[in-house]
Design a protein around this ligand. Structure first.
Ligand code: DC
Length: 216
């Protein structure tokens, strides 16, 4: 079983995907963490993120490893545990530049497909899972929520950050992620739309587990 969960930032993808994987005893892969870890490694090397060619060349040499236990997902870049630093504001504000580079996407999509093939069943979250990484996934979910609800969640996660500023930052990221040439964020063909605006986490997990059960 492969469950592809795509959607914009703040739609609740991570908590939902981990919860679904845990409930169904599946592995879990956070592909956003991979783009973040790549960004961390490039910044460590002093790569100019406005230079797409330099990004593509440096990305070839970065080693990423993702641990797929939904209870304790891990991410290492060049042997360093980067689970905490990849959530910094610096990474969050630069990751879209790296994720827009086609060669970076090819490298990470290959790694993601290897992880999926090596698993006995997996929930994969991202922006292009149902459209590009695993277009044959038997279950594809497109998780959405109103911008204000997404901003309120992200602001709460960030220790009470300003909601209006968070909504602007999310809108900026959505704009880049949805308009880039390489695998933009789209609702994949055949995806079921789940709107989490008025649902709590357990309700969203229940809805998706129900969709998986009826597909298997
Ligand atoms: O889900 P997230 O916020 O951790 O994702 C970080 C960034 O990576 C986000 O700006 C979009 C990008 N991303 C992507 O382009 N494709 C994916 N499959 C996952 C994330």
């Amino acid at each position: 079983m492969v469950v592809a969960i795509d959607g914009p930032s703040g739609s609740g993808k991570s908590s939902t995907s981990r919860g679904v994987a845990d409930r169904l005893q599946l592995a879990y892969l956070d592909t956003g963490a991979m783009y973040r870890a790549m960004t961390w490694a490039l910044l460590q090397q002093g790569v100019d993120l406005d230079d797409a060619e330099a990004i593509a060349a440096a990305a070839e040499k970065v080693t990423l490893e993702s641990g797929t236990d939904p209870i304790d997902p891990t991410i290492h870049a060049d042997g360093t545990d980067v689970a905490d630093p990849i959530r910094s504001e610096e990474i969050t504000s630069s990751v879209s530049l790296v994720a827009a580079v086609p060669r970076v996407r090819e490298i990470l999509v290959d790694l993601q497909r290897e992880t999926i093939a090596a698993s006995d069943g997996i929930v994969v979250e991202g922006r292009d899972i149902g459209s590009t990484v695993a277009p044959d996934a038997p279950v594809k979910i497109y998780l959405v929520a109103d911008p204000a609800a997404r901003a309120a969640r992200r602001a709460a996660e960030n220790g009470g950050a300003d909601t209006a500023a968070t909504e602007l930052a999310l809108a900026r990221r959505d704009q880049i992620d949805s308009n880039r040439a390489a695998s933009p964020l789209v609702k994949p063909d055949g995806a079921v739309v789940v709107d989490s605006t008025h649902l709590n986490l357990d309700e969203v997990i229940d809805a998706i587990v129900g969709i998986v059960d009826s597909a298997s």
